[in-house]
Design a protein around this ligand. Structure first.
Ligand code: GN1
Ligand code: MG
Length: 364
């Protein structure tokens, strides 16, 4: 199929989906939105109402109705906190369709619509420490507002999502099956992963004693909206993986996506550096906002989270590479391997600077 035919087909699919949403005039434009690696996201613009339309990836989210249900529950909670004056950010609701539901199942897949926040933008690479501090403030506000959320109401959308031993088990299986015969291309990286036994053990011991919280689990920089006027973070988006977890996971994903000077698929690895001023700002923004809601053991765990999330992402990208790219969207054949190498390099750099980074956290 050529590009034009694909575009026409997509347009027709979107038209069918839009019939289920009220007030979406025929004079509208549709465009791709964001850089998510899982779902397909579109911006639907019309004079009366603009909104975000998303096709939920049901290979990754095998029970999409739980994804929209979780998001509704979290939004209700955040809205209540906001009304009580305890949540300063905007909440972004899912829209109800003509079937009176927030999830729509059609032959073309599972769809949902989400409010669009005007005068906002998202960021792929943090530019200043002020911006990083605002990122950390926002995700900490989110964590704080959910601290009294009844976690048992949430479905565990992807079980063991951030469980390192489980991710290493998946890697081992992918290596053993070697479905697309790529093992020889990445043997050195595979070896490096399994050489990190000391760190793997440290994580396994730590998770036995850390308190479980409701966390976002995808706190990468592009899951925030910034105000076009104040340039501060104004809303947390993408609640897909909001589940019970540890604060160190949410801090770690911020470090992963803010502190590297390269994007997660950048290939000029010799140029990669950890930006200490950005790390400093993240630690300050996160710990000061959580204040009494972060315990000593959780504060001490942040440095482990900062190493853990890049390491785990390297493992996940490598697993998908060996598995023939079934999970993350890719733009070319080697994309997942490039991402895996990038994330492992970040883990390596963070490990080398661990002492210095720990001191920053301890002194915050
Ligand atoms: C995926 O699609 P997106 O960008 O929201 C992934 C995250 C990864 C991220 C890496 C459900 O998130 O865990 O950190 O890619 N989401 C899922 O960029 O696996
Ligand atoms: Mg996501």
């Amino acid at each position: 199929m050529n590009k034009k035919t694909i575009e026409n087909e997509l347009q027709l699919t979107l038209e069918t989906v839009l019939e289920y949403y009220p007030n979406s005039s025929t004079e509208r434009s549709t465009s791709l939105l964001g850089n998510g690696l899982i779902n397909h996201t579109y911006l639907i613009k019309s004079k009366e109402k603009s909104f975000v339309l998303q096709r939920i990836n049901d290979h990754v989210f095998q029970q999409p109705w739980l994804v929209t249900r979780n998001a509704d529950l979290i939004n209700q909670h955040l809205l209540l906190k906001k009304q009580q004056g305890y949540y300063p950010l905007a909440t972004i609701s899912q829209l109800t369709n003509k079937k009176n539901d927030t999830l729509l199942q059609l032959d073309s897949g599972y769809w949902r619509a989400i409010e669009f926040i005007p005068c906002s933008y998202s960021v792929e690479v943090v530019e200043t420490p002020e911006q990083a501090e605002s990122v950390a403030n926002a995700f900490a506000e989110f964590n704080a507002a959910l601290s009294d959320f009844p976690a048992e109401q949430l479905s565990e959308i992807i079980p063991d999502f951030h469980h390192l031993a489980h991710r290493l088990q998946q890697l081992t299986e992918a290596i053993n099956i070697d479905k697309v015969k790529r093992k020889p291309h990445c043997q050195a990286l595979i070896n490096y992963c399994f050489e990190q036994q000391e760190f793997i053990k440290e994580v396994a011991d730590l998770i036995k004693v850390l308190p479980v919280k409701v966390t976002h689990n995808d706190t990468k920089i592009n899951n925030l909206l910034f105000s076009s006027n104040t340039h501060k973070a104004i809303a947390v988006i993408d609640l897909d993986t909001c589940m019970p977890g540890f604060l160190m996971h949410d801090f770690g994903d911020m470090v992963r996506t803010c502190c590297s000077n390269l994007p997660e698929d950048g290939t000029t690895l010799v140029q990669m550096t950890v930006r200490l001023d950005i790390f400093n700002a993240l630690a300050k923004g996160y710990i000061s906002t959580l204040d009494k809601q972060i315990s000593k053991i959780e504060k001490d765990s942040l440095i482990v989270g900062a190493l853990l999330i890049p390491f785990m992402m390297a493992v996940r990208f490598l697993t998908d590479y060996l598995d023939g790219d079934n999970y993350f969207h890719i733009k070319h054949q080697e994309h997942n391997l490039e991402r895996a190498k990038n994330q492992m390099q970040l883990f390596e750099l963070l490990s080398q600077q661990r002492e210095q980074l720990s001191k920053i956290v301890a002194n915050t």
